[in-house]
Design a protein around this ligand. Structure first.
Ligand code: ADP
Ligand code: MG
Length: 369
C-alpha cells in the first residue's frame, strides 16, 4: 500500500482532518447574500493548512448547481484569467449565454479578442466581466472567487478596485483569499486594499490533538502496524496540531516502519532528526526569516527559558525593555500565530520544536561572530 500521508504543499491530502464545523459554517454562510464572509481572508503561517482549507471550501461550494467557483493565482493577469475561467467553468448553457454578449467570442481555452483589441486594457476586461456577471446574476448563479496567497501588488490592487464595484452593486460574487501574516499586514499600507481587511478574517487554529491521535491510530492499525496508545499520543504531541507536521510525521513513520511494521519510541527517536530537518527546510526557515529583528529577540528570550510556557515578566526581564514595548511585540507575534497565550501573562510557541529551531539559529549566529 502506498504511503497515505502527503507532506507537500498545495494538494488536498488523502487524510484530511476537519476543523470542527468551520468549513461547513463558511460554506453555509456564503449562501447568505449579506454574509460578512462574502469577502474573507484565511490567514496563518506557512503549513497551517490555508490552501487546503480554501480548496476544500471551493470543492464544497461548487457542489451546488447555482455556484461557480473560480480559482485565481497571483502572478497571472487576474482579470483576464477571471474572464477565461468563468467561461471554462460554465455549463454549456451558460457558455452560450456568454457567447451571446455582443462582441465576445470564446475558443476552447477562453476569450478570443478581436484583432483591433490585441492590447486589451483594464477597462476592456472590466466591461467584459460586468457583462458576464450581469448574465450570471440574471440566471441566479453565484460566484466564488478564490485567491491563494494574496500579496499587495498592482495586479491585485486593480482587481480589488474592480471587485469593490461589483460588491457595491450587489453582484452575488464572493471573494475568499488566503495570505501569510506578513503579506496581510502589508495590505494596510494601500488605500484600496484596506477594503479587504474589513472583510471576515479566518484564523486557522491548530488541528485537534485527539483527532490526530485517532487518525494515526486508524491509519497505522488498519494497515497492520503495531503501535501502542502511548506511542500514538507521543506522535500527536510531536505535531502540536501543526497540519504540515501531521502529514510529515505520518509520512516519515510510515516509510521507516515498513520493514518492522512496528511504531514505537525507538522508531520515533530514529526519525526525529529527519522530522526536524524537513520542518526547518520547508517551513521554519521561511517563517523565521519573515520576523523582524525585535520579534526574533522576543522569541529568543522565550526559547532561552527552560519552561514550555514562559511568563511575559521573564521575557521582559531578559529583554530589559519597558512593558509596553514587550506588550507590542507579544501582540505582533500572537497575530502572526508564532506564539499563543497559554495562561494569563504567559506565552508558548505554536509550532512543534520551534524552540529548538530558534536556539539552533542563535548558536549558528553566535558562531559567526
Ligand atoms: N485539515 C487538514 N488535515 C490534514 N492535513 C492537512 C489539513 N490541512 C492541511 N494539511 C496538510 O498540511 C500541509 C500544509 O497545508 P497547506 O494547505 O499547503 O498549508 P498553507 O497553505 O497554510 O501553507 C499539507 O501537507 C496538507 O496536506
Ligand atoms: Mg498555501
Amino acid at each position: 500500500m502506498n504511503n497515505p500521508f502527503n507532506p507537500s504543499f498545495r494538494r488536498i491530502p488523502t487524510i484530511f482532518l476537519n476543523r470542527g464545523q468551520l468549513i461547513n459554517e463558511v460554506v453555509e454562510e456564503l449562501n447568505n447574500p449579506n454574509s460578512p464572509y462574502k469577502v474573507s481572508i484565511v490567514y496563518g503561517m506557512r503549513g497551517v493548512g490555508k490552501t487546503t482549507f480554501l480548496t476544500e471550501v471551493g470543492r464544497k461550494v461548487k457542489q451546488a448547481p447555482d455556484w461557480l467557483v473560480v480559482n485565481l493565482a497571483m502572478g497571472s493577469n487576474l482579470m483576464a484569467t477571471l474572464v477565461d475561467d468563468l467561461y471554462m467553468k460554465a455549463s454549456s448553457d451558460l457558455q452560450k449565454t456568454f457567447e451571446s454578449i455582443r462582441g465576445l467570442s470564446f475558443s476552447a481555452v477562453g476569450l478570443q479578442l478581436s484583432a483591433d483589441l490585441s492590447k486589451p486594457t483594464l477597462s476592456t476586461y472590466q466591461g467584459i466581466l460586468t457583462n458576464m456577471f450581469t448574465k450570471l446574476r440574471e440566471k441566479g448563479i453565484k460566484v466564488l472567487i478564490t485567491l491563494d496567497e494574496a500579496k499587495s501588488n498592482t495586479e491585485l490592487k486593480n482587481f480589488v478596485a474592480y471587485y469593490q464595484i461589483l460588491n457595491r452593486e450587489d453582484y452575488p460574487v464572493a471573494l475568499m483569499m488566503t495570505g501569510l501574516p506578513e503579506n496581510i499586514s502589508e495590505l494596510q499600507n494601500e488605500d484600496v486594499m484596506t477594503f479587504l481587511l474589513r472583510g471576515k478574517r479566518i484564523a486557522l487554529s491548530a488541528l485537534n490533538l485527539s483527532q490526530i491521535e485517532i487518525s494515526y491510530n486508524n491509519v497505522f492499525k488498519r494497515s497492520g502496524f503495531q503501535v501502542t496508545e502511548d506511542t500514538l499520543s507521543k506522535m500527536a504531541l510531536m505535531t502540536m496540531g501543526y497540519a504540515y507536521g501531521f502529514q510529515l510525521l505520518g509520512y516519515l513513520v510510515w516509510n521507516v516502519a515498513q520493514k518492522s511494521k512496528t511504531v514505537d519510541q525507538d522508531l520515533l527517536d530514529e526519525i526525529k532528526l529527519e522530522y526536524l530537518v524537513e520542518l526547518d527546510q520547508n517551513a521554519y526557515t521561511k517563517i523565521f526569516s519573515s520576523l523582524s529583528l525585535q520579534d526574533k529577540k522576543f522569541v529568543l528570550a522565550m526559547a532561552q527559558s527552560s519552561q514550555h510556557r514562559v511568563s511575559i515578566k521573564k521575557i521582559r526581564e531578559r529583554l530589559n525593555r519597558p512593558s509596553n514595548f514587550v506588550a507590542n511585540y507579544r501582540r505582533r507575534l500572537l497575530d502572526d500565530q508564532v506564539i499563543k497565550s497559554t495562561n494569563y501573562g504567559e506565552v508558548a510557541f505554536t509550532l512543534p520544536f520551534f524552540k529548538e529551531y530558534v536556539l539552533q539559529q542563535y548558536r549558528f549566529e553566535q558562531g559567526l561572530e
